[in-house]
Write a protein that binds this ligand. Structure first.
Ligand code: F6P
Length: 548
């Protein structure tokens, strides 16, 4: 039985250091060069982690922890294509999806980099045809509306990237994302769509996902109901999947299926054919720039010493906060309106990857793993949940993501945006003491002064991007991907499976009739009671209709 990382001397040393860590105010006072000592740059971005509650001893011990847990050799094993996703016996090679043309990568005797570039060429020719108006619907009109049908990794990545890269979008194409099995989602997307000019992109790695197949069937019925002849429906549907047979069975023409492979995990797949909606929206050149940015980060992750390695540093800061300071949540605050879906994207990336509680050997962990992640674009978040970040009884670290370039060019906006971002992290770090409040307001009663005090000492990092471009977006997402992997190595868990979503899926199948009498004898009274409430409600509605 492997010894738990939490039982190693290094872990105890780190815990001792955390227990005695000075406040951020003291840390800044003690080291006037703190920003220089606790920041790093790569791939056009700067990571300032000087507002984390960390000192040199803690940092050195965290780096030693990374070495003890063999981060470097485990990273190399992943990049080499070893089957590190052991529960599914799969290699983890999203990095191959962004290898430049001409490079080779052999997996089981096959050059999979060549397969990747074959699909990229297929994506280019198709997206060019749609964007140039050469791909025609059943009445001979060009495509004007794209509906991406997919969920989880087959939705969040493309959606997040399309919103972020909207300035490069083709203005005469509108794009919708339908994910939820809730019929209102697809109904809203179809409400103003024209069947003659609509293209459905059915994105599903497995092509068995209930939500996606239900929505895709509804879309097909909608096309047929609006007069599209069955034999021409192929002009309106393409599929992105590793399950080419199932896509063909659904009725999608084989030449309209864009394949990818099992070694690309769902939440790591926007770089593959799953990114087709991005290519359709912003063009293949921009999509390839995004891949190039991610590749640059891959090289940095593979080659930079751990001390300057951004994904490693970010991972260690997270481990420090979660495991040693006991801060289990992470808020993501992108100060860029077009990064509004970045928190949702990172939520799946981090929580579906590292929301695990058994080690690779199957033992129950005795430490916390993934952060509880949430977030909102700044400055909106400031007027919603930041109150808790500043003064709540629970301390929640924050990643601020901020972009220097003022591409909106509207007087007064960018300065205000950046000033707000930097003010938030300063307030969280240093706070405002009772003395300062009293000096400002005079000798008022305690109950009037105390609510105005900010304890500070709330850790944050700031990731400063020069500009938001396809390239920098690719690099930033790859940074978080590798951070998540490094954390999984430290926690000794498998970041690349997701068994936790399976039980709910199979129970939903059992309950699909919503019939309380059809459920098993031993069903709990809560589930049975809820099903009976729905039945009673349906009966009342029926009677009311009959009486009308
Ligand atoms: O929620 C579980 C999950 O398997 C995710 O990992 C995945 O991104 C999503 O469902 C969608 O799966 P698929 O692309 O196979 O439809």
């Amino acid at each position: 039985m492997a010894i738990s990382v939490s039982r190693t001397p290094l872990w105890c040393l780190l815990q001792q250091r955390a227990n005695n860590m000075p406040s951020l105010k003291d840390l800044f006072q003690a080291d006037p060069q703190r920003f220089t000592h606790f920041s790093a740059s790569a791939c056009g971005m700067l990571l300032d982690y000087s507002k984390q509650r960390i000192d040199t001893t803690a940092k050195l011990n965290l780096l030693a922890l990374a070495r003890q847990q063999e981060v470097e050799s485990r990273r190399d094993a992943m990049l080499r294509g070893e089957a590190i996703n052991h529960t599914e016996n799969r290699a983890v090679l999203h990095t191959v999806l962004r290898l430049p043309r001409g490079e080779t990568f052999n997996l089981n005797g096959e050059n999979i980099a060549a397969d990747v570039h074959k699909v990229l060429a297929q994506m280019r020719s198709f997206s060019d045809a749609v964007r140039e108006g050469r791909w025609l619907g059943y009445t001979g009109k060009s495509i004007r509306t794209i509906v991406n049908i997919g969920i989880g990794g087959s939705d969040l990545g493309p959606q997040m990237a399309c919103i972020a890269l909207a300035p490069w979008s083709q203005k005469n194409l509108s794009l919708h994302f339908v994910s939820n099995v809730d019929g209102r989602h697809v109904a809203d997307a179809l409400a103003n769509a024209d069947p003659e000019t609509t293209l459905f992109v059915v994105a599903s790695k497995t092509f068995v996902t209930m939500e996606t197949l239900t929505n895709a069937r509804t879309a097909r019925e909608w096309m047929l109901a609006h007069g599209c002849p069955a034999e021409q429906i192929r002009q309106h549907f393409v599929a992105l999947s590793t399950n080419v047979e199932a896509a063909a069975e659904f009725g999608i023409a084989p030449e309209n299926v864009f394949p990818f492979w099992n070694w690309a995990g769902g939440r790591y797949s926007m770089w593959s054919a799953i990114g087709l909606s991005i290519a359709l929206y912003v063009g293949m050149d921009k999509f390839e720039e995004m891949l190039a940015g991610a590749h640059e980060m891959d090289l940095h992750f593979a080659q930079a010493p751990l001390e300057q390695n951004l994904p490693v540093l970010m991972a260690l800061i997270g481990v420090w906060n979660i495991n040693f300071l006991g801060l289990q949540a992470l808020s993501i605050a992108p100060y860029h309106q077009r990064m509004t879906r970045v928190p949702a994207y990172l939520q799946q990336l981090e929580m579906e990857s590292n929301g695990k509680s058994v080690t690779r050997e199957g033992q129950r962990v005795d430490y916390t793993t993934s952060p509880i992640l949430f977030g909102e674009a700044g400055t909106n978040g400031q007027h919603a949940y930041f109150q808790l970040l500043h003064q709540g009884a629970t301390i929640i670290p924050t990643d601020f993501i901020v972009v220097a370039e003022d591409d909106a060019g509207l007087p007064g906006h960018n300065k205000a945006l950046l000033a707000n971002c930097f003010a938030q992290s300063k307030a969280m770090a240093l706070g405002k003491s009772m003395q300062e409040v009293r000096a400002e307001l005079g000798d008022l009663p305690e109950k009037m002064l105390a609510p105005r005090v900010f304890e500070g000492n709330r850790p944050t990092s700031t990731l400063l991007l020069d500009s938001l471009t396809p390239r920098s977006l690719g690099a930033m997402i790859a940074l978080y991907e590798h951070k998540v992997f490094v954390q999984s190595v430290i926690w000794d868990i498998n970041a690349f499976d997701q068994w936790g979503v399976e039980l709910g899926k199979s129970l939903a199948q059992q309950l699909i009739s919503l019939d309380p009498d059809a459920v098993k004898e031993d069903y709990d009274s809560s589930t049975r009671g809820l099903l009976q409430a729905i039945r009673r409600r349906d009966k009342t509605t029926q009677i009311n209709k009959q009486l009308q």
